[in-house]
Design a protein around this ligand. Structure first.
Ligand code: G6P
Length: 371
């Protein structure tokens, strides 16, 4: 009923609006007496300290949350991090031992490939930490440590609030490792946690752009394809934006690392093709920012219709943006939490303009429990 959907036509729109709450609930209780704490830990602090390599394994949107985690964990912990699709990881011969931490990210905690990846890792003595949204699901049950996301039940098949909560939980995993390894001082961990705690309000601010984004979506809803460009943490955001559009609007959509533009994607640019660009902060990542500005000017000169997600007050990008959606300034590593939101709205509204059921997209299941 409409009441269940919070007055919305679709659960997904309600779930997009619930994201500030999902983030706040996921962070709550995980920083006590100056320390990051996990929900369950069946391995010792020493085991965490001894970790010398991290794999993040997951499927779908959860995999994209893992790609974001790589930037944070490498930066905070100085640990090598590989992010793997669970279905690839388990049939390769990944090099694991007891000092390897495998982080299994799964909203449902029941995804078949992710569960098998966990089993494969444990057989080789690796430690497994689950990031999961479902209490007592199979993946957390079979893991050595657990951090629950508290996004609440997610009805929409395309993940929104669970995805943002996964990103936040992955950051907590990174901080827990930095704390165990001593690569960050306690006051630095406290400061990073405080930055995270400011994110629900930042996401709430992004929600004020929903109507503007829906209008943009309606203007491009009859396009044949949409490209997404980003770099650094904006790259996984671009991948997630493209996945949402495929899932919901059944359109050809691809996310690219902006630095690869000249190695192929630029050949796809044609008159009127919408290209969504996720900009880094002009202050936080000035070098990357200027590279992206030049990418945008190149694609615009070739006729692309540029839809730019940029930090508030970013004036340099304005002349190159046919459409500009502004998000609040946040620390670079945390930017995916704000820049993903307009891409969710864009996909949902394009799909609904095309007349599709955005809560139950064709051929897709909420949780894929068979391979
Ligand atoms: C399905 C869902 C996606 C989800 C993926 C992984 O494809 O439609 O939204 O990201 O499974 O699910 P999990 O429950 O493991 O996070």
């Amino acid at each position: 009923s409409a009441a269940e959907k919070g007055g919305h036509e679709y659960f997904m729109l309600k779930e997009i609006e619930e994201q500030p709450e999902a983030l706040a609930n996921t962070l709550r209780g995980h920083f006590e007496a100056g320390r990051i704490i996990l929900d369950e830990q069946r391995i010792s602090d020493q085991d965490l300290r001894d970790v010398d390599k991290v794999f993040v394994v997951a499927c779908g949107s959860a995999y994209h949350s893992g790609l974001v985690a790589k930037y944070a964990i490498e930066h905070w912990c100085r640990l090598p991090v590989e992010v793997e699709l669970a279905s690839e990881f388990r049939y390769r011969d990944p090099v694991l031992d007891r000092d390897t931490l495998v982080v299994a990210v799964s909203q449902s905690g029941e995804t078949a490939d992710t569960l098998e990846a966990v089993r494969h890792a444990r057989e080789q003595k690796a430690r497994v930490l689950a990031v999961c949204n479902t209490n007592g699901a199979q993946i957390p049950r079979e893991s050595d440590a657990v951090l629950y996301t508290h996004a609440g039940p997610e009805i929409g098949v395309a993940s929104t609030k669970a995805f943002l909560a996964q990103i936040a939980a992955n950051y907590l995993v990174g901080l827990a490792l930095a704390q165990a390894r001593g690569t960050k001082y306690p006051d630095e961990v406290a400061r990073e946690f405080a930055e995270l705690e400011a994110m629900p309000a930042a996401v709430q601010k992004v929600l004020s752009t929903v109507e503007q984004t829906r209008e943009i979506a309606r203007r491009i809803s009859d396009s044949r394809a949409v490209l997404f460009l980003g770099r650094h943490v904006g790259f996984p955001v671009a991948l997630e934006g493209a996945l949402k559009l495929k899932e919901l609007a059944y359109m050809h959509a691809e996310g690219f690392a902006a630095g690869e533009l000249k190695h192929g994607p630029i050949a796809l640019i044609e008159e009127g093709l919408p290209v969504v660009v996720v900009m880094p902060s002009p202050k936080g990542r000035a070098v990357l920012h200027s590279k992206l500005v030049s990418n945008i000017s190149e694609i615009q000169a070739r006729g692309a219709r540029t839809i730019v997600i940029a930090e508030e007050g970013d004036e340099t990008v304005r002349p190159f943006a046919d459409e500009l959606i502004e998000v609040p300034a946040v620390p670079t590593l945390l930017q995916p939490l704000v820049s993903t939101v307009p891409l969710q709205v864009l996909a949902a509204e394009i799909a609904s303009s095309r007349g599709y059921d955005i809560d139950k997209p064709r051929n897709l299941a909420k949780s894929v429990t068979v391979e």
